[in-house]
Design a protein around this ligand. Structure first.
Ligand code: AMP
Length: 290
């Protein structure tokens, strides 16, 4: 079957409504494109759970800060379209900025607790951009299921919270899917394309640092400071990263244990963000992963 490519919000809405009228279950995978195996695994998962799958590609200006990489973010649209079609995606929603944000658009979605720390603290306004675009995409596509990657753990928490808080859960189910990694452990990311050879060689250090934290937890370490320093020391030893945070956090809220002063729990997540040269990398693992 050929993949439909639609650019208008009314067109995608009509397409999905027709599928739903036939009793078909519709899954949705939002992306910013520059697709890799992490994105395509979401398509596979959506296909297994649903009758029809819609992907979107939209590099959302609202979620980039003024000094971030919005203009240089890769946009290989033809390649992405071919990858999605080959993977059995049924429709690609490809809105442009004017379709998504008419010049008189004046409404945004914000959230408090779960956006306060981690990437929310380092990227002011980022999650307001993510929340706003994903709410709009959910209204436009109106799927039964949305598939998100745990690689962006705080994003999963924030969007799951929005779906519940705004009662979208009456119609839509959120699925959080595992992080897909390169063979050396580096979490796949469209931004990995920015890395030079020496940076690419150093990048898997972040995953090793996260693993060291969960290994320390498995070995019985129970203080936040000691757990975090097991990871920080590994990142620092590489000598090429600027750490923004390496934090053990409550998985329900993304609030760091160091902020609440409460003891780490087995359900916690350890998350890291660091600059490697000009490239910002993030990753996370379950504290009980080891
Ligand atoms: P992005 O295009 O980076 O906005 O990502 C689109 C979706 O793909 C989000 O739900 C991401 O969490 C997910 N994603 C990105 N990288 C990975 C990965 N390595 N493994 C699993 N999901 C991912």
């Amino acid at each position: 079957m050929t993949m439909d490519v639609v650019k208008g919000r009314r067109d995608v809405h009509r397409l999905v409504a027709a599928w739903k009228a036939q009793g078909l279950r519709v899954g949705f995978v939002p992306t910013m494109g520059a697709l890799h195996e992490g994105h395509l695994a979401l398509i596979d998962t959506a296909r297994a759970a649903c009758d029809r799958v819609v992907a979107s590609i939209f590099v959302n200006p609202l979620q980039f800060g003024p000094n971030e990489d919005f203009t240089r973010y890769p946009r290989p649209v033809e390649r992405d379209t071919a990858l999605l079609a080959a993977r059995g995606c049924d429709a690609l929603f490809l809105p442009d900025v004017a379709e998504m944000y008419p010049t008189d658009a004046d409404t945004v979605v914000s959230q408090r607790l779960a956006t306060e720390h981690l990437c929310g603290a380092w990227r002011p306004g980022h999650f307001t951009g993510v929340l706003t675009v994903v709410l709009k995409l959910l209204m436009q596509v109106a799927p039964h299921d949305i598939f998100l990657g745990r690689k962006d753990f705080q994003q999963v928490v924030v969007l799951t919270r929005m779906v519940r808080d705004l009662d979208l859960d009456l119609d839509i189910r959120v699925h959080a899917c595992p992080t897909v990694r390169e063979s050396d452990g580096l979490a796949m990311s469209s931004r990995n394309a920015y890395l030079g050879p020496a940076e690419r060689a150093a990048a898997p250090t972040l995953k090793r640092a996260l693993d060291a934290v969960s290994a320390a937890f498995a070995a019985g370490v129970r203080t936040t400071a000691e757990l975090e320093s097991a990871g920080v020391s590994i990142v620092e030893r590489a000598g090429v990263f600027k750490i923004q945070y390496l934090s053990v956090v409550d998985a329900a809220t993304c609030v760091p244990r160091a902020v609440t002063g409460t003891a780490p729990e087995a359900t916690d997540v350890v998350a890291v963000a660091a600059m490697l040269g000009a490239t910002r990398l993030i990753d996370n693992v379950d504290l009980s992963a080891r």
